[in-house]
Design a protein around this ligand. Structure first.
Ligand SMILES: NC(=O)c1ccc[n+]([C@@H]2O[C@H](COP(=O)([O-])OP(=O)(O)OC[C@H]3O[C@@H](n4cnc5c(N)ncnc54)[C@H](OP(=O)(O)O)[C@@H]3O)[C@@H](O)[C@H]2O)c1
Length: 280
């Protein structure tokens, strides 16, 4: 529906932000749910975050998605944090609740929902390996542990970051050096590439682990969605694993944001289709 005097506004803030899929994703969802909401993108440089949040309060913007480079700083600037966002020290979603800005982090919940919906996989009692220790990896480690994973092994180039990420899983978190990870990878029920390896413009050809570790019965996810098919996905699939790229998590973490802001169940099929359309 066309915006009117009563339309509620949500937006993504980040820099760069013009490539963001979120406006198409959320506008498709608002329309499908029959909601008088609209969603835009605001280019906000690193130094502009504080002013952007003042603007959110002043203008009554109902919800913000928060992307690079603001996720950590936003956690320090909002009025309140959910327990998950507080433990991660990072926010990817802000809800304006009567002028109180509440910071959420929906990546982990979106990831777990995408596993259940796509593969019928629940993390409880399972062995999980997360490659990477950046923002995405940290949210996965915490969510997998909270969902009852038996152990969460973190494999990352920089050991200090791996240790901080594994600590989010408490005594079920463990760090293994990349060169020594093959047996843990082979034994894992779930393996996730949460490094930037494979992403366009980073290292499109590198594999974050030896493809010989993949086999039938495993769930293998590459969080990369540009390109849609990475070398890693091809290798894991050839090994017999059930594979997914980053699209389902992208759609599901947005769905959690939609539900936080509107209180309405997200039209998941529409959101998945909107991402697929946008990425060709
Ligand atoms: N599908 C989704 O919804 C979704 C959501 C968020 C992120 N992602 C994807 O997840 C990936 C990570 O994002 P992020 O936000 O967590 O990034 P980040 O915070 O910058 O972390 C990057 C991670 O990749 C590792 N890395 C980078 N280049 C590497 C290389 N050449 N070899 C080995 N490791 C390398 C880094 O290791 P060091 O610690 O050693 O530097 C770090 O662990 C990206 O591809 C992003 O597009 C997808």
């Amino acid at each position: 529906m066309a915006p009117s005097g009563t339309t509620r506004l949500a937006a993504v803030i980040g820099s760069p932000v013009r490539h963001s899929l979120s406006p198409r994703l959320h506008n498709a969802a608002f329309e499908a749910a029959g909601l008088d909401w609209t969603y835009v993108a605001f280019e906000v440089p690193a130094a502009g975050l504080r002013d952007a949040l003042v603007g959110m309060r002043a203008l009554g913007i109902a919800g913000l998605s928060v992307t690079t480079p603001h996720k950590d700083d936003a956690a320090a600037l909002v009025d309140d944090l959910t327990p998950t966002a507080a433990r991660l020290g990072a926010v990817n979603c802000i809800a304006n609740v009567d002028g109180v800005l509440v910071g959420h982090n929906t990546d982990g919940e979106g990831f777990v929902r995408s596993l259940v919906a796509g593969a019928g996989f629940t993390p409880a009692g399972r062995r999980c390996v997360v490659l990477g220790a950046g923002g995405a990896a940290r949210s996965l480690v915490l969510a997998l542990a909270d969902a009852g994973a038996d152990e969460v092994v973190v494999v990352n180039r920089t050991v200090g970051r791996a240790e901080r990420a594994a600590a989010l899983a408490g005594d079920r978190g463990r760090v293994v050096a990349p060169a020594l990870a093959d047996s843990d990878l082979f034994d894992a029920d779930l393996v996730v590439n949460a490094t930037s390896v494979g992403m366009e413009g980073v290292d499109a050809h590198g594999l974050p682990c030896d493809p010989a570790v993949f086999h039938e019965g495993q769930i293998v996810v590459d969080l990369v969605y540009r390109p849609l098919v990475t070398n890693w996905i091809v290798e894991a699939s050839a090994g017999g694993a059930w594979v997914a790229n980053g699209v389902p998590m992208l759609a599901h973490q947005a769905a959690v944001q939609f539900e936080i802001w509107t209180g309405v169940p997200a039209p998941m099929d529409v959101m998945m289709a909107a991402v697929a359309d946008s990425l060709g």
